[in-house]
Design a protein around this ligand. Structure first.
Ligand code: DO4
Ligand code: MG
Length: 314
């Protein structure tokens, strides 16, 4: 997979060097590695060959390994390519209708089934759905896709929780839960087709450890869609308006199921560009979540264009 756009720099704040867990490749080497990026340096994590293996550990062990990163394995950040921060058997799941703005958007798009969204917004049990296998997730600088049978497709900027096998939140990353509003709007049972397809899920650029984020319910989220060099749509919101707690969502996800190598859970969107706005081939989508990172992807339409962008794995 070749990057489509220049990769975004991981966030930094004046006077503060941020720590991110990264999955990356050095130069042209085909083997992915796992490490920690601190400012302009990337350190290998000793004995950790995949992110999946990291999420099979307790949070205290993950924290210790990140703190004890190997200085011998240091490379400058500009010599690496960041890869999507998910691998192996770690699945990506997503929550829906967790913000009032998402409830309103679904009611508008699905006239005949509007009440299911109202009911799930109010219900004790959240809507959780399988979003993606690790191998088909795209990362920063790559491309998401519009299905060629979708007339309205939008990006959904969301905070994704990185959860270990014990149900502990180990970190946060940025997710684009790309969705076809026209397909789901026709019938909510079409949700898997609206949301799970090649190019339907982007994550990254990296993982901010949970212990580094003081208050995950105060994170600003900004979505910018650029078309032909101009802003086609822009909006901002905050995790402060989330209707549920992350703990509640994780509890339902882990209840009565196992995730031996952890799981990522995207926590729902608070920004939906109003219809008839739709993504178009050639757009650039930028999602910035304060303290976590900025995920930038291109957009292509149709399976053949996506296969070409995705590379040999397809
Ligand atoms: O029910 C549809 C999914 C909603 C969703 O993905 C969201 O609210 O983010
Ligand atoms: Mg969503």
């Amino acid at each position: 997979m070749l990057p489509f756009l220049p990769q975004t720099r991981l966030p930094s704040r004046p006077g503060l060097i941020l720590v991110h867990i990264v999955r990356y490749r050095i130069g042209q080497s085909p083997s992915p590695r796992v490490g920690v990026q601190v400012g302009g340096d990337v350190f290998a994590l000793p004995g950790v060959s995949s992110l999946a293996s990291l999420w099979s550990l307790r949070l205290a062990d993950i924290h210790q390994r990140v703190d004890e990163r190997e200085t011998a394995g240091r490379v400058p950040a500009d010599e690496i390519t960041l890869l999507p921060p998910v691998d192996g058997r770690t699945e990506v799941w997503a929550a829906g209708v967790t913000y009032e703005s998402s409830r309103q958007a679904r009611i508008t798009e699905s006239e005949r089934s509007a009440d299911v969204y109202d009911r799930v917004y109010e219900a004790r049990r959240p809507e959780l759905f399988f979003k993606s296998a690790a191998w088909r997730v795209v990362g920063d600088g790559q491309t998401v896709a519009i299905r060629d049978d979708s007339s309205v497709t939008v990006p959904e900027p969301e905070v994704a929780l990185v959860i270990n096998t014990f149900g502990e939140v180990a970190g946060y990353t940025v997710c684009d839960d790309v969705s076809s509003r026209s397909i789901e709007g026709e019938n909510p049972l079409y949700l898997p087709q609206a949301k799970t397809y090649l190019g339907g899920c982007a994550l990254g650029p990296a993982i901010r450890p949970a212990w580094e984020v003081a208050d995950p319910y105060k994170l600003g989220i900004e979505l910018t869609i650029e078309r032909a060099g101009a802003i086609a749509w822009q909006g901002s919101a905050s995790t402060a308006s989330l209707r549920r707690t992350f703990g509640d969502l994780v509890g339902y996800l882990m209840h009565a199921d196992i995730h031996p190598d952890g799981v990522l859970l995207s926590t729902g969107t608070c920004l939906v560009p109003p219809a008839p706005f739709t993504l178009a081939d050639g757009d650039v989508v930028r999602i910035e979540i304060a303290q976590i990172g900025t995920l930038t992807t291109g957009v292509v339409r149709g399976l053949e264009r996506m296969r070409a962008a995705f590379g040999p794995a397809t």
